[in-house]
Write a protein that binds this ligand. Structure first.
Ligand SMILES: Nc1ncnc2c1ncn2[C@@H]1O[C@H](COP(=O)(O)OP(=O)(O)OP(=O)(O)O)[C@@H](O)[C@H]1O
Ligand SMILES: [Mg+2]
Length: 271
């Protein structure tokens, strides 16, 4: 393992079973992510992207294999230790948002901070994060009063409010229009720069994927190195040599690079 490796996945496989049958979902996945890296993960629907992300984020267990983060094996942690580790170090944006319907946008974002911070501080920090995603005017709305894109931004704010070391994002732009998507990308890039945030982003959108330092392709639960040829899965010892495909593309320069959302508030979705 290289010294600046933040996440290391070793021989990961996942099977699901019911009474009659076992379904293989992921096969012998090996990969490493470097600190500060942006890794995009693409692949057809059903190829196992969400399953892989969930296991790497410590919300699901592998059938076999080990997952290390910052040198600690999260796949062998007990639930209480893992929950604490996730809260402190890992941010997750789920494909479905999992907002709590009885709480306001502000309270939803503050939830991860209620552990360990006093309530006032938590709400202040949550309000600041919501401002960064352009939702200062929606603090006291509940999820059913928000558009899909607004709910997605609340989920993004909730994932980032704890200043995690790594952010796992599952289709984070799935409900955003193209302007809002660009703004999210700009926010992620600025956070990456300011906080040395590491990112793993699942997307169907090639222009979003191209912002990654490299793009991983998942097919039928296997990492492949040439998706067009639908070739054999990579040998485990080759996976650290995944080509640095798709160089980063330029992001439009926004008036306030440090906080792209603040200056662009009016352009976010429905206002
Ligand atoms: N709880 C479950 N029980 C049975 N099969 C499941 C379960 N969860 C996922 N699967 C199957 O596992 C495979 C991978 O699912 P996963 O959600 O990881 O795919 P995905 O690549 O994220 O797809 P999408 O792009 O549509 O979100 C799919 O074939 C799915 O049907
Ligand atoms: Mg998915």
């Amino acid at each position: 393992m290289q010294t600046n490796t933040i996440v290391h996945v070793q021989n990961l496989s996942k099977e699901l079973s019911n009474d009659e049958k076992t379904f293989p979902i992921l096969h012998n996945i090996n990969l490493s992510i470097q600190q500060g890296e942006w890794v995009s993960l693409v692949g057809p629907s059903g190829s196992g992207k969400t399953t892989l992300l969930g296991i790497m984020a410590g919300i699901d267990k592998p059938t076999n294999g080990r997952i290390f983060m910052e040198g600690q094996e999260i796949s062998s942690m007990r639930e209480a230790q893992l929950a604490h580790f996730r809260n402190q170090r890992i941010g997750i944006i789920f494909q479905s948002f999992f907002l709590i319907s009885s709480l306001t946008a502000l309270e939803n974002v503050a939830v991860p901070l209620f552990i360990g911070k006093n309530k006032r501080q938590a709400l202040d920090k949550a309000a600041d994060m919501l401002a960064q995603v352009g939702l200062s005017h929606r603090l006291n709305n509940r999820p059913h009063q928000l558009s899909g894109g607004e709910q997605q931004r609340v989920a993004i704010a909730r994932a980032l409010v704890t200043e995690p070391a790594i952010l796992y994002a599952d289709e984070p732009t799935g409900n955003l229009d193209s302007v809002a998507s660009q703004q999210l990308i700009a926010l992620l890039k600025s956070l990456r720069q300011r906080q040395n945030l590491t990112l793993m982003v699942v997307t169907h959108d090639n222009t979003i994927a191209a912002h990654g330092d490299r793009v991983l392709h998942l097919y039928d639960g296997m990492l492949v190195n040439d998706p067009k040829a639908a070739i054999q899965p990579m040998a485990p010892n080759m996976q650290s040599d995944i080509p640095q495909a798709m160089p980063s593309q330029a992001v439009p320069v926004l008036p306030n690079q440090a906080n792209p959302y603040a200056a662009q508030n009016q352009t976010w979705g429905k206002q």
